[in-house]
Write a protein that binds this ligand. Structure first.
Ligand SMILES: *Cc1c(COP(=O)(O)O)cnc(C)c1O
Length: 462
């Protein structure tokens, strides 16, 4: 399987190189040249299989010859062994035709663990074989960073640097990033918001001398391997509910568009998905764009669902690539408009292509909180604020087609918002109950590329 850039001019890569590279050298994102289709028969055969078996069947065609079957199975088994639920992504029924997919049973309590744990295993196998080392850098609104640190802590061939916006992540998120004791872990609290952190990471990748000098690797949600790992739970869930002989819609709390784009890939592979519903918080650039065709930045407003406080939704570029019939030059034009100004406008044709798959909805702060309260009263389910946004939007999109909403984080990761809505502070799972006693280790840094590059050069162990 070959991987091409959404902007059309970067080298074509194998799965291994696309995974180890992250961002393409033309500033674009890697996508598979073609999407393999799974036959109805093969999909039926997944019924009753373990999450790990389904993961192997779904992802195998994308991996090419990067791993042998045995290596890849080993990666998958080790990746999910640390999850606290045997089915990995259990389902809860919230109402008639409405299901909740719980994606928060991994080691850092958010869905990011599904991809990051697997990436950690795949990096380790690939780097051991080649004898190379890499410097992993990532920007986080909170959950990607903790998941990445958990996945890479203590690995020999990797230094991991995570930039998070100072003062804008929850205390649990921050502590998950600042308390690991391994010397290859570097948490950096940067001045600015998430979009600033993400912009500095992109700058590092666009500085080829730095990029090649420290052997930069990216594990943000733009990394294709992360999208791929997230395709699996669309399959495992749909199959457990009767696919391919039944159709489903999914509602996804959305920020950087990685999770919902994985649903689009599942659909391209043949999974019978009707609607993919984008659920946003008050940072509703994607919702406004779906309604008006104008993707226009207005400034990020901090919310009680901080993992979705984003205006530059990186993976939306992949959706746009498909909506523009894979025209890399067209995508480059839109992205240049975005980086030089406030945004871009999508053509009528491309909007039609997006609307063929995606719907959208926005939930304000008060409604998010009210949803947490009501979900507890009506179903006993304690939702994190992000998941509550998903459930609230989903309720407006339920038809005769069953709806599955993705619950993206554990409520204990956002205890203040949950306590405000329910009167009760959700407890951390036993295995991380001492998180608040562990010592923190973090470096403050300005929103300045040169300063960040100096810091990274000084810290790496090569
Ligand atoms: C990352 C995250 C999201 C947004 O997912 P994207 O793939 O960036 O759209 C939503 N909820 C939680 C809890 C997250 O950590």
């Amino acid at each position: 399987m070959k991987y091409v850039s959404t902007r059309g001019t970067a080298p074509i890569l194998s799965f291994e190189d696309a995974m180890l590279t992250g961002l393409a050298r033309d500033g674009g994102l890697y996508v598979p040249e073609t999407i393999p289709v799974m036959s109805t028969q093969d999909m039926r055969a997944l019924s009753g299989s373990s999450y790990e078996e389904i993961a192997f069947r779904v992802m195998r065609p994308f991996v090419g010859d990067t791993f042998t079957d045995e290596e890849f199975k080993g990666c998958i088994t080790r990746a999910y062994a640390g999850f606290s639920h045997t089915t990995r992504a259990p389902l809860v029924q919230l109402g008639p035709n409405h299901f909740l997919m719980e994606l928060f049973h991994g080691p850092t309590l958010a869905f990011k663990d599904f991809a990051m744990q697997l990436i950690g295993q795949m990096f380790e196998v690939a780097l051991k074989r080649s004898g190379k080392r890499v410097t992993i850098v990532g920007a986080t609104s909170g959950d990607t960073g903790s998941a990445a640190i958990e996945a890479f802590r203590g690995l020999d061939a990797v230094d991991v640097f995570i930039l998070y916006p100072h003062g804008r992540v929850s205390e649990v998120q921050r502590r998950q990033m600042t308390t690991p004791i391994e010397s290859n872990v570097h948490a950096i609290a940067m001045d600015g918001d998430f979009d600033d952190c993400q912009a500095r990471i992109k700058d590092m990748f666009n500085d080829f001398e730095f990029r090649d000098g420290v052997k930069l690797a990216g594990v943000n949600s733009i990394n294709w391997a992360r999208v791929l790992a997230q395709v699996v739970y669309y399959f495992s869930t749909a199959v457990s509910l009767g696919a391919p002989d039944r159709k489903f819609s999914f509602t996804v709390p959305t920020g950087n568009f990685g999770d919902i784009f994985a649903g689009f890939i599942a659909k391209q592979m043949g999974l019978p998905i009707d609607r993919l519903v984008i659920a946003t918080n008050q940072n509703d650039i994607l919702h406004r764009c779906m309604q008006s065709a104008a993707y226009t930045k207005t400034g990020v407003k901090p919310s009680i669902s901080p993992s979705m406080d984003i205006e530059v939704s990186s993976n939306f570029e992949r959706a746009l690539f498909w909506a523009h019939d894979k025209d890399g030059a067209a995508i480059k034009g839109l992205m240049d408009d975005l980086s030089q100004g406030d945004g871009f406008t999508i053509s009528e044709n491309a909007m039609g292509a997006l609307k063929a798959h995606y719907d959208s909805g926005m939930v304000d702060e008060a409604t998010t909180s009210a949803m947490i309260t009501r979900a507890l009263a009506e179903t006993g389910e304690v939702l994190c604020p992000h998941s509550a946004i998903g459930v609230a939007v989903a309720e407006n999109h339920i038809t005769s087609t069953p709806m599955v909403t993705l619950a993206t984080a554990h409520p204990a990761k956002f205890p203040d918002a949950v306590e405000a809505a329910t009167g009760e502070r959700p407890a951390l799972p036993q295995r991380m109950a001492d998180l608040f006693e562990r010592e923190e280790r973090v470096t403050r840094a300005p929103n300045d590329l040169a300063a960040l590059q100096t810091l990274i050069r000084e810290r790496i162990s090569t």
